[in-house]
Design a protein around this ligand. Structure first.
Ligand code: SF4
Ligand code: SF4
Length: 452
C-alpha cells in the first residue's frame, strides 16, 4: 500500500492537544510485585483468616490471586487476537476481573488536573444496600477484585470498612482504594486494616508544600501538606503495630510541569513510609499535563511536515525522552477487564468515561434521574456556595449512549448489546467511531512509532 498523503496545511502549527505522555511508570522503587507480595504474606490476609487458616485454602488463594493478575493481560488479548466472529461467545465465558464501585462521588479536594473540575459530579455517597447488592452480584459471577472508588474520595463514605469486609467475606480476593489520604485518621487507618483492605494507593502530587497545596487544594477547608504526610506516616506505624501486611501501600505522583523538579523530594518524603513510590507520566486523569519542551516540538513539527502528516497527529514523549507519533488506534483492554459503577448504579464505560457519558446500563433506578443531580451541582456553582468556588468550569456531561431505563445486573450488562457493540468496533479497528473513545487520550489505545 502506498503512503497515505495528507494535504499540507497552510501555516502548519502543531495542534494543541493533550500530550499523550508515555511511560505510565516513570520511576518506581517497588520492593515486590503484587503477586509476590500476596504469596509471601497470604497468612496475614483476611481472605485466609476467614478460611480459619485452613492450609489447603492457602494454596487455593495463592493460585486464585496469580490467575487474577495474569488474566489482567491475557483476557483482553485472547479476545482481541482471537476469532472475531465468535467474540460474543467468548465474552459469555469470561467475567469482569474488577468492579470499580464508586462508594463516594464526593471529593474534598479540587485538583486542577482532575476531571471533576470540568464535569459536574454530584457530591454523594452510595446507598449501603445498593453497594451490597452490587457486591453480591460481583461475587456471584466470580469477580476477583473490587476497587471502591471512581470519581470521588472513598474515605468520605463512613461505611467503606463495612463494605470492604463484606466483599472479603463474599470471596473477593483483592479490595483496593485510591485515596488522597486527607481523611486517613488513626481510627480510619485501624478500621481499614481490621476490615481487610488489600491495596491502598495514595495520590500525592508534589515534593514540597507550595506545589502540593497548589495542585491539591481543599474544597471546604485548606488542605495541609503536613497533615496528609503525617496521615501516611502514621498509617505505616499502625500497620506495623498490628503486625499486619495488608494493605500493601503505594504512593503515586503524576508528573506535571509544576512538579517536574521535585522528584527527589517526593521520593525522600515517602520512601520509608510506603511499600512503593511511583511517579507516573501521563494525562489519564484529564487536563493538560504540560506542553512538549520546545526542542521536541521542533522535531515533531519537522517530522510531521516532512511526512505529510496532519498537525493533529497524536504524539507522546516517554520517560526516557523518546518521542513517538501514532497513526493508528488499537483495541482497548479495559472493555474486557473491568466495569465502572457510579454511586447511583449506572455502569460507565471505563475509567476514562469520567462523566459516565457512555452509559452501558443501570443497576438501580436511582441512576435514571442523574441529570437532576448534575444540575444541582451547577446551581451551587452559580450561587457561589461554599466548596464550589473552584468548580467554576464544570459542565453537565454529554450523553453518548442512553440505554433503556431498566434495572439490569452486572452479568447482563457485561455480556449485553451495549458493551458488545463497543467491543465489536474495537476489535474491528473502528475505535474512533465511538464518541467517548475518539476523544480518549489513554496511551494504551494507540499504536506508537518512535521518531526520535
Ligand atoms: S484527583 Fe482525586 S483528590 Fe483530586 S479532585 Fe480528583 S478525585 Fe479528588
Ligand atoms: S479507548 Fe479510552 S474511552 Fe474507549 S474504552 Fe478504552 S479507555 Fe475507555
Amino acid at each position: 500500500m502506498g503512503k497515505i498523503k495528507v494535504k499540507k496545511e497552510k501555516n502548519f502549527e502543531l495542534k494543541k492537544q493533550d500530550i499523550l505522555t508515555g511511560s505510565r511508570v516513570l520511576n518506581s522503587n517497588t520492593t515486590k510485585n503484587r503477586i509476590e507480595y500476596f504469596i509471601d504474606n497470604v497468612e496475614s490476609n483476611l481472605s485466609y483468616i476467614l478460611e480459619k487458616k485452613n492450609l489447603n485454602k492457602k494454596k487455593e488463594l495463592c493460585e486464585k490471586f496469580i490467575k487474577y493478575r495474569n488474566l489482567w493481560k491475557e483476557q483482553p488479548l485472547n479476545i482481541i487476537n482471537g476469532n472475531k466472529k465468535n467474540y460474543k461467545d467468548e465474552i459469555k465465558k469470561i467475567r469482569p476481573l474488577c468492579i470499580d464501585l464508586e462508594v463516594a462521588s464526593i471529593c474534598d479536594l479540587a485538583c486542577p488536573h482532575c476531571f471533576r473540575e470540568y464535569l459536574a459530579t454530584p457530591d454523594k455517597i452510595i446507598d449501603i444496600n445498593l453497594a451490597k447488592k452490587i457486591i453480591d452480584q460481583a461475587a456471584e459471577i466470580g469477580v476477583y477484585s473490587i476497587k471502591f472508588n471512581w470519581r470521588g474520595e472513598p474515605l468520605l463514605n463512613p461505611k467503606l470498612p463495612e463494605l470492604i469486609y463484606y466483599s472479603k467475606k463474599k470471596g473477593i480476593i483483592e479490595t483496593i482504594i485510591n485515596t488522597n489520604a486527607t481523611n486517613l485518621t488513626e481510627k480510619k487507618s485501624q478500621e481499614l486494616i481490621d476490615h481487610g483492605l488489600d491495596y491502598m494507593i495514595y495520590s500525592f502530587d508534589g515534593g514540597v508544600k507550595s506545589t502540593y497545596e497548589k495542585l491539591r487544594p481543599g474544597r471546604f477547608k485548606k488542605n495541609s501538606f503536613e497533615r496528609v504526610i503525617k496521615n501516611i506516616q502514621n498509617f505505616k506505624k499502625i500497620r506495623e503495630k498490628n503486625n499486619a501486611k495488608f494493605p500493601y501501600t503505594k504512593i503515586q505522583m503524576v508528573l506535571m510541569e509544576s512538579n517536574r523538579n521535585e522528584l527527589d523530594e517526593f521520593h525522600k518524603l515517602f520512601q520509608d513510609h510506603v511499600d512503593e513510590v511511583t511517579v507516573t507520566l501521563y494525562s489519564e486523569r484529564g487536563g493538560k499535563v504540560s506542553d512538549l519542551p520546545e526542542k521536541y516540538q521542533k522535531i515533531l513539527k519537522h517530522y510531521l511536515e516532512n511526512n505529510n502528516l496532519s498537525s493533529n497527529t497524536p504524539y507522546m514523549l516517554d520517560g526516557n525522552n523518546n518521542l513517538f507519533i501514532s497513526k493508528k488506534r488499537k483495541a482497548c483492554g479495559q472493555i474486557f477487564q473491568r466495569m465502572m459503577v457510579t454511586y447511583d448504579g449506572r455502569v460507565g464505560m471505563c475509567c476514562m468515561d469520567w462523566g459516565a457519558k457512555h452509559n452501558l446500563g443501570y443497576l438501580s433506578e436511582k441512576g435514571f434521574n442523574h441529570k437532576d443531580e448534575e444540575k444541582k451541582i451547577i446551581r451551587k456553582v452559580q450561587n457561589k456556595e461554599n466548596g464550589f468556588e473552584l468548580l467554576k468550569d464544570i459542565k453537565i456531561p454529554e450523553v453518548f449512549n442512553d440505554p433503556k431505563k431498566d434495572v439490569s445486573t452486572l452479568s447482563k450488562i457485561w455480556s449485553g448489546e451495549n458493551l458488545n457493540n463497543v467491543r465489536n468496533d474495537h476489535i474491528n479497528n473502528r475505535v474512533d467511531q465511538i464518541e467517548i473513545c475518539k476523544g480518549c487520550n489513554s496511551r494504551d489505545t494507540f499504536e506508537w512509532v518512535k521518531i526520535a
